[in-house]
Design a protein around this ligand. Structure first.
Ligand SMILES: N[C@@H](CCC(=O)N[C@@H](CS)C(=O)NCC(=O)O)C(=O)O
Length: 205
């Protein structure tokens, strides 16, 4: 199995952590998104990372589809519950976390562009920022006094949530998400101490 990705992508990090938590061996092929000859578009017509090349040679994308596949492929530890309502809850957490990643990507790209164009470093996208703020408030409120985002064990919900927080630290530190979110801070510190998180630091490459 081969994962096409880059250490800078939060969606790729989510998948790498799933693979490591489940003990699935994989090769990692770094993709330069600016290189049209990287082979990525043969794997994923959308030209996005992550893409997973399965052992049968077929590619799978996007990250949400890949994590579903991995959890079913190797059942232990179960990171997406089987039961319908529990599964829907964990996937909803993933959707909120992915949405925060999407908004962070959108703002930070605008931020870079506005700098390049000499337009200053002011926030350019209040609509995206609102998604981040409301997403953080929802996650903080739902986590509450619990140890885990869903039920009594680690799941994809915890992985996606903490990956989105870590990505903000790198791409949009001005959000300062720790302020006013003590429960998320506690979860973040515990999750980032795991081997799978320590082995997948974000980088600007
Ligand atoms: N919803 C997708 C998002 C993937 C995504 O946007 N990846 C970015 C890198 S962080 C990318 O490949 N961007 C290149 C492009 O959009 O052309 C997923 O969860 O896999």
């Amino acid at each position: 199995m081969k994962l096409l990705g880059s250490p800078g992508s939060p969606y790729v990090r989510k998948v790498r952590i799933m693979l490591m938590e489940k003990g699935i061996p994989f090769a990692f092929q770094r993709i330069d998104l600016l290189d049209s000859a990287s082979g990525l578009s043969e794997a994923n017509p959308l030209g996005k990372i992550p893409a997973l090349i399965r052992d049968n040679g077929k590619a799978l994308y996007d990250s949400s589809v890949i994590v579903d596949y991995l959890d079913a492929l190797v059942p232990a530890p179960r990171l997406i519950p089987d039961e319908l309502e529990a599964r829907a809850e964990v996937k909803r957490w993933e959707a909120v976390a992915d949405g925060i990643m999407d908004a962070t990507v959108a703002i930070s790209h605008d931020y870079i562009l506005s700098d390049v164009e000499g337009g200053g470093l002011a926030w350019s996208n209040a609509n995206q920022r609102r998604k981040i703020d409301l997403g953080l408030a929802l996650m903080e409120g739902e986590l509450g006094a619990r140890d885990w985002c869903h039920a009594n064990a680690m799941s994809l919900a915890d992985i996606a949530c903490v990956v989105s927080l870590a990505y903000m630290d790198r791409a949009l530190p001005a959000v300062n998400w720790r302020k006013g979110h003590p429960k998320l801070r506690g979860l973040f510190d515990r999750m980032e101490a795991r081997d799978s998180f320590k082995a997948t630091p974000h980088s600007m490459e």
